[in-house]
Design a protein around this ligand. Sequence first.
Ligand code: DGL
Length: 262
Amino acid sequence: MPDSPIGIFDSGVGGLTVLKALRELLPGENLIYFGDTARVPYGTKSHRTIIRYSLQNTKLLHRFRVKMVVVACNTSSAHALEILKEEFPFPVVGVVEPGAREAVRTSKSGKIGVIGTEATVKSGAYRKAIVSLDPFCQVYQKACPLFVPLIEEGWLNDEITRKVAERYLGELLEKGIDTLVLGCTHYPLIKNVLSQVCRGVKLVDSANAVAKEVERLLPARNRSRRGSVRILVSDKTERFERIANMIMEEEIEIEEVEIDKE
Ligand code: DGL
């Protein structure tokens, strides 16, 4: 059981920010990542489709005898987490709850901005999670649908990405937020641009918060050796490989797998 891998999934490259955080915090663990690159983005899909994809992805990881699954996708966490917890015999951890906790801990004014995909913002999952932790917090949300394609394109430090960020974030900054939750696991990849646009605002990246949550939940830990990492995708492309190598800062072979669509 301690040698069983921790499974992690996202729609594409975004969840690699969570994989990286887990690798750093728990270097002895075997990790297996699945990026559903054939069906990215999830953020524009319906509630029903996001649930179906999330169930299929978790089933795929189950085949690898994982001991836990981390839903490294805010969109899936916001729409499918409860169903995944009911359906599978291992713990399933989402990114929304840890991110919300970190935001409440970080904010001094209680004015918290949340950016995410359309589906995450529409679900209101962050607002609910933040307000249940502190009912005095004011939560301002903004969907930023252009960020995911810009990031998947690799435009991480680009002038166009900065302009898009200015346009999206203007109204949140006008509200006087002091904390901004990056409510999509893709967004930490444009942290540089976001911190230039949001000077003086603390950015909450749920990747680190979720890694700490996983550490807390693990009954036993492998400390004596370096764990293995596997990266699986539903569509293997050069672009994914390039971005994955850049994020992970180590060469990891990318394997293409077939999703069982039942
Ligand atoms: N990275 C994902 C998230 O955290 C989803 C991006 C997408 O597929 O739209 O929401």
